[in-house]
Design a protein around this ligand. Structure first.
Ligand SMILES: *Cc1c(COP(=O)(O)O)cnc(C)c1O
Length: 235
């Protein structure tokens, strides 16, 4: 785990193999290198592979790092987004993976218009764990999707999930399959394809790809382990 550049190349190979197993081209699955807690020097090294797409889960980390790094890098925000931080974040990110309420989508839409931005978004769904702190459940995403699709400045690409922490990643396969089935249902009901499925992290990204992930969020398998308390916490 000591060399992030080598690790990234290994992850890419595994992504390509899993994509082929799921009947897709390797390029059909995007890799977000989740760089949270890791310093700009390490990110700059990984960017030289080259790799352009990075993910962060705290607004203050995006604001601290992105201006220090090459403008060609693309940032996706994957953590809980507080309303009062949208305006600061939005100039730096091309996508937000963690839209967890209609109100947040509406605020992002309004501020994106004011700031001249058109972010892609994924709707975060608690597909397995109904006690999770943030995210839609099946009922609320069915109820609110239509309103979100009327927003003109946010482009709803699809769904995102963070499955429960499990000892065996195979245990998350049903959650990934369920997110895909929910996407299929919502796409049929709305007439909007919702092509994006943001699912899969270091321990389970290959399984997520086999179940249809179009974009995976991989941190530890590239950068090495973080302090354990940082995983998927709020800003
Ligand atoms: C930290 C984080 C990841 C990456 O997790 P790893 O297990 O380090 O790959 C993915 N998604 C979200 C939302 C995260 O907060």
């Amino acid at each position: 785990m000591s060399n992030p550049k080598e690790n990234l190349l290994i992850v890419r190979e595994r992504i390509a193999a899993a994509a082929v197993r799921s009947g897709r081209a390797p390029a059909a699955v995007e890799l977000i290198a989740v760089s949270k807690t890791h310093p700009v020097d390490v990110i700059r090294e990984v960017a030289r592979v080259p790799h352009t797409l990075f993910g962060e889960s705290r607004v203050q980390e995006v604001l601290a790092k992105a201006p220090e790094l090459p403008a060609a890098l693309r940032w996706h925000f994957i953590g809980h987004l507080q309303k009062n931080k949208i305006r600061k974040l939005i100039p730096w990110v091309e996508a937000v993976h963690s839209i967890d309420s209609l109100e947040l989508a509406q605020d992002l839409d309004r501020i994106a218009a004011e700031e001249g931005r058109r972010p892609d978004v994924y709707l975060q769904v608690n597909i397995a764990d109904d006690t999770a702190k943030y995210g839609f459940n099946r009922e609320s995403v069915r109820r609110d999707l239509e309103a979100m699709l009327t927003l003109t400045r946010v482009n709803v690409l699809g769904l995102m999930t963070i499955p429960a922490l499990v000892d065996d990643p195979e245990k998350n396969r049903p959650a990934f399959a369920a997110l895909r089935a929910l996407r299929d249902e919502l796409a049929a009901a709305s007439g909007v394809p919702l092509p994006g499925l943001s699912m899969g992290m270091s321990d389970d990204y290959e399984i997520a790809i086999e179940e249809g992930a179009t974009i995976v969020r991989v941190g530890g398998a590239i950068f090495g382990q973080r302090a354990p308390t940082i995983r998927a916490v709020a800003d």
